[in-house]
Design a protein around this ligand. Sequence first.
Ligand code: FE2
Length: 177
Amino acid sequence: MTYTLDQFCADAHAAMAKDSGSAGRDEIRVHLEKLLINQDFVAEHLSAQGSGKSLLYHDKEFDFYVMAHGTDAGNRKGKPHDHGASWAVYGQATGLTNMTVWNRTDDGSQDGHAELSEDNTFPLMPGKAALFDTGVIHSTAHPEPARWVRVTGTDLDTIERYAYDPERQVMKRMTPA
Ligand SMILES: [Fe+2]
C-alpha cells in the first residue's frame, strides 16, 4: 500500500507523542524513508518544486515542520551549521546529498571562534533519511540537481543557530538576535 504524506505526518505526530527525544526523531527518520519511495508524492510535492523550499506540514502540538527543498543548480555546497536547540531529519527524494559531519574541537570559550574537524562524509541517496540530532554540526553538498525533505523540531529561522567557517575558524549567528 502506498504510504502518503498524510500518513507520514500522522505517524510523525504519534512518534513525537510517544517520545519527543532521540527515539521519536529516529522513528520519524524511519517513516520518512517510507514516504520517499512514494513516486506520486515525489512527483507532486518535490519534482514540481524548483530551487528553494516550501512548507508541507506544520504540527501545531509538537511544532515540528516538514519542508520540501530543492536545487536545480549543479555543485551547490553549503556551510557547516548547527540546528540550535532543535534537530533535523534529512530525507533524499532525487539526486543526492553529500553529508559531512563535523566535530567541534575548541572549548567554545572565545566569542565567535570555532575550530572544526571533519568527522565523516556520506552520500544520502534517494529513499534514505538521516537524523542530525541536537548539537550535531553538518554541511550539505549537492553535486547535481536534487530534491529532499527536511523535518525540523521547530522553525529553524526563528532560533539561535550558527554557521561555521572551518578554514577561518569563525562562527556566525545565522538568525537575528
Ligand atoms: Fe542542516
